[in-house]
Design a protein around this ligand. Structure first.
Ligand code: ADP
Ligand code: MG
Length: 260
């Protein structure tokens, strides 16, 4: 992390120009000796939808987890909505308030009802009154068409339903950008569509989205750009038509031939 990164005065927002939603430059990360992210530069504009794909182990999860500091990086700058990521706890919390995250395995609290899963961060982190939190939760549960299950526990729901709850829970915090890490890859095939439909609707509503997924139909439908990663690097990025019809790199071609 560069020295000025710890200085809030260097935040882009303070310059008056509208900053990109996410601006990553020169990002490098190691797990011990293992160089997991190599010289990543990535800018995501407001309202932009990006799909990231690539072989298992290429660093996709690590990259998106760095954006809300679920992983720390050793070199480079990450700026979210004009705010420089630093090691400062307050700054990390401030950035996390702008970033919603949906994981492969839903990560719902099993001992809390669907409604409580959607309320807990609102009341504890954002200090919203319970009644207001419940109203917001119900609004987003309606939106993912699962309001009728609000009083059930996650274990009583199908995988597809649980993932829709996880999306509603993230939306309750009114994020500026949503990160998805393979949200459908743990689901049975018949449940994939119900989750993708929610994500497509979100994209159509103008949400900024960064999605790690191998659902190439989704990528063709909503992505402004598709990014291919391999061995910790961004190998190729292009609009979906170009990416699928005429990939430049041999590695991208090989990958696509294996998944399409
Ligand atoms: P992807 O999401 O593309 O499958 P990951 O970002 O999960 O890739 O992992 C990239 C590489 O980093 C893999 O080789 C993985 O084994 C390694 N890795 C991931 N997390 C850790 C960790 N906490 N400690 C050490 N190595 C890790
Ligand atoms: Mg992963």
């Amino acid at each position: 992390m560069s020295p000025q990164a710890s200085n809030a005065a260097s935040d882009v927002a303070s310059s008056g120009a509208e900053p990109a939603m996410i601006d990553i430059s020169g990002l490098n990360k190691w797990y011990g000796d293992f160089h997991v992210l190599r010289d990543i530069d990535l800018t995501v504009g407001r309202g932009e939808r990006i799909v990231i794909c690539g072989p298992s182990g290429s660093g996709k999860s690590t990259l998106i987890r760095c954006i809300n500091h679920l992983e720390e990086h050793q070199q480079g700058d990450i700026i979210v909505d004009g705010m420089h990521m630093t090691e400062d706890v307050k700054r990390i919390e401030q950035i996390r308030r702008h970033v919603g995250m949906v994981f492969q395995h839903f990560n719902l609290f099993p001992h809390l009802s669907v409604l409580d899963n959607c309320c807990i961060a609102q009341t504890w982190v954002q200090r919203r009154p319970r009644r207001e939190a419940e109203a917001t939760a119900m609004e987003y549960l309606e939106r993912v068409q699962i309001a009728d299950q609000a009083h059930k526990y996650p274990g009583q729901l199908s995988g597809g339903q649980q993932q829709r709850v996880a999306i509603a829970r993230a939306l309750c915090l009114k994020p500026e950008v949503m990160l998805f890490d393979e949200p459908t890859s743990a689901l049975d095939p018949e449940m994939i569509k119900e989750v993708l439909d929610v994500m497509i609707e979100l994209a159509q509503d103008g949400m900024t989205m960064l999605c790690v997924t191998h659902e190439m139909g989704f990528a063709r439908t909503v992505a402004d750009r598709v990014i291919f990663m391999d061995q910790g690097q961004i190998i190729e990025e292009a609009p979906p038509t170009t990416f699928f019809n005429s990939p430049r790199s041999e590695r991208t071609r090989l990958f696509l031939s294996q998944i399409l």
